[in-house]
Design a protein around this ligand. Structure first.
Ligand code: ZN
Length: 165
């Protein structure tokens, strides 16, 4: 059966996979974090420039599957100009959506990931960039290079994934 909504969602994911938005380093970043998903081979770095509570700019680099890249691309589109608490709230909504398929509230374009819950192997791909952005927010105001030196070995997105279910 042809499904218009799913077809549209796939087109959005493919578009962001092929042409990821905000895909570059951010020299003025005030915080950053890496995310790795060894099961799939996804590796992402998120860069954030914080202005108080507001995310004035955000970008990412790395490599990975289509889902992980599209997820990071759509995350950066969403998060730019938002506050830390906006992103924390949306993390909860996206986590619920990709694990159960339930869409809570208005998630905008991020709704394209609602179908991911049917493919348990891809859930970590879809949520990877969200764990990275949360880690980056917790490490705010530290220079990127120092953050990597002092914290990179502590960043284990998979451990937090299994802890969160
Ligand atoms: Zn992946």
């Amino acid at each position: 059966m042809f499904d218009d909504i799913n077809d549209l969602y796939q087109q959005v994911i493919l578009d962001h996979c092929k042409k990821p938005r905000n895909f570059h380093e951010l020299p003025q970043a005030t915080c950053s974090a890496q995310g790795r998903n060894p099961i799939c081979g996804d590796q992402l770095k998120l860069f954030l420039a914080l202005d108080g509570e507001k995310i004035s700019d955000i970008s990412f680099t790395g490599s990975g599957c289509c889902i992980s890249k599209a997820s990071a691309s759509l995350l950066t589109e969403f998060a730019k100009g938002k506050t830390k608490s906006d992103v924390e709230k949306m993390f909860g909504q996206v986590h619920e959506m990709v694990t159960s398929g339930k869409v809570l509230g208005d998630v905008g374009k991020l709704a394209v990931f609602a179908g991911v819950h049917k493919y348990p192997a891809r859930v970590k791909c879809a949520i990877l960039s969200w764990h990275a952005v949360m880690a980056a927010l917790k490490g705010e105001s530290k220079p990127v290079s120092q953050f990597f030196q002092s914290h990179s070995s502590e960043l284990k997105p998979d451990a937090s994934l299994s802890a969160n279910g």
